[in-house]
Design a protein around this ligand. Structure first.
Ligand code: CTP
Length: 396
């Protein structure tokens, strides 16, 4: 998603400026072209050389720098930018932009921009709560700039309260969101993620290695593209994205109940959860004590939720399943497509390097009635976006 995108980072005078070095490096690693503009005050906290080393680009600090190329730099930067993040954004720069003042490289560039511009205010709590600053922030929002709510916590000035710049990982997500097309506005999407747990007794349960990362990536990508997302998740390691409604479940039966409830109002349902196929025949309400002989546990089938969805779907609904296989990936996945009456199966093999449980990347083949399309290895977030692109192609 970030590859070859032109991302402008505007840095102003705040101690949080040092954290942006990490962000610049994260963006660069994903293949983005990162250009940094610093106000004079920002250069007191961190040097332009740090960013030049990390981004491979000249860091801009002054509109009248004689080393600049012939073009009018602030205009050409503004023209090519896909997104701009001003972080940390001081009260001063917020005040200037919201009141139309453009008197340095950063503010003149912002003024000439047509792309999304995001501000991440970072300052002392009393400054942040000052009515003038709050009024200026409201003005920015009114003019369609995105303003990130500062985190609460211990601030460098010794105070505790609102005014802390969120971590680079959070800022990174705002950039991803700004770069996402808004082609799912008005759509309701249900995503399932993570493993289920099937209790045996009050101490033990049966489960699998799913971490929920792929499902969370799909939920996040869909929400960034404007959908109203319900994420129905088992007890997963991955953190549910903040921008979705999260319904927590434990067992396959709980997941089935939650899916049935969300089903009627959903346009698209994506079942990436690793649902147990079997559950103990009986739940024993006390701890099962060991004995000297071997033991076996009778299991019964759970409901196949994907099949239930396939059998009950309306004409206008799209049902997508996953298939995690070790052998005969395409053949087995295609069989699931027809057996479960799904519109698409996203197949992945546990034997492929870079795919499977807990990885940050995935290698999938998208299977529909018409095509088998193998996608190259990419991040789970990029895979999520590709799945959504293919869903939009089959949309009824
Ligand atoms: N699935 C489901 N309910 C179940 C089991 C699986 O909804 N009780 C869904 C999964 O969420 C996934 C798809 O079915 O989208 C395929 O899951 P998978 O475990 O690969 O296949 P199974 O149908 O369980 O078949 P098999 O065990 O033979 O591979």
């Amino acid at each position: 998603m970030l590859k070859d995108k032109n991302i402008i980072l505007g840095i102003t005078g705040s101690i949080a400026a040092y954290k942006i070095a990490n962000l610049a490096s994260m963006l660069k690693k994903e293949g983005a072209n990162v250009e940094v503009i610093m106000t004079k005050n920002a250069t007191e906290f961190i040097t332009p050389l740090t960013f030049e080393t990390l981004t491979g680009n000249k860091c801009y600090t002054d509109t009248f720098d004689r080393d600049f190329k012939f073009e009018v730099e602030h205009i050409s930067l503004a023209k090519k930018a896909d997104v701009c993040l001003v972080a940390p954004a001081s009260a001063n720069v917020i005040g200037k932009v919201s009141n139309g003042i453009a008197d340095d490289m950063l503010t003149t560039t912002i003024m000439a921009m047509k792309c999304p511009v995001i501000f991440s205010p970072a300052m002392n709590t009393n400054m942040f709560e000052n009515a003038i600053v709050q009024d200026n922030i409201e003005k920015l929002k009114f003019f369609n700039y995105e303003v990130i709510e500062p985190a609460k916590g211990y601030l460098a000035c010794g105070d505790t309260g609102a005014g802390k710049m969120p971590d680079p990982e959070v800022l990174y997500e705002y950039i991803e969101k700004a770069l996402s097309p808004k082609d799912l506005v008005g759509k309701k999407i249900v995503v399932t993620a993570g493993p289920t747990q099937e209790s045996l007794d009050p101490v033990r349960y049966l489960t699998n290695h799913s971490t929920g990362k792929m499902g969370c990536a799909i939920a996040k990508a869909a929400a960034f593209r404007g959908a109203e997302v319900t994420l129905i998740s088992g007890q997963m390691q991955a953190k549910a994205p903040d921008c979705v409604k999260n319904v927590n479940v434990v067992s396959a039966q709980d997941m089935f109940e939650a899916v049935k409830e969300a089903f009627p109002s959903a346009d698209i349902i994506i079942k990436s959860a690793a649902v147990a196929d079997y559950t103990p025949e009986n739940f024993v309400d006390h701890k099962i004590k060991k004995k000297d002989e071997d033991m076996s546990i009778p299991l019964k089938r759970t409901e196949d939720i994907l099949k239930w969805l396939g059998d009950n779907k309306r004409e206008d609904q799209i049902i997508v399943g996953f298939a995690m296989e070790t052998d005969n990936v395409i053949e087995n996945s295609r069989a699931k497509l027809s057996k479960k009456n799904a519109d698409m199966i996203v197949a992945n093999s546990l034997r492929t390097d870079g795919a499977g449980f807990g990885t940050d990347t995935n290698v999938v083949t998208i299977i529909t009635e018409e095509v088998d399309e193998e996608l190259p290895k990419m991040s789970k977030f990029d895979v999520a976006n590709e799945i959504i692109n293919r869903i939009l192609e089959i949309e009824k």
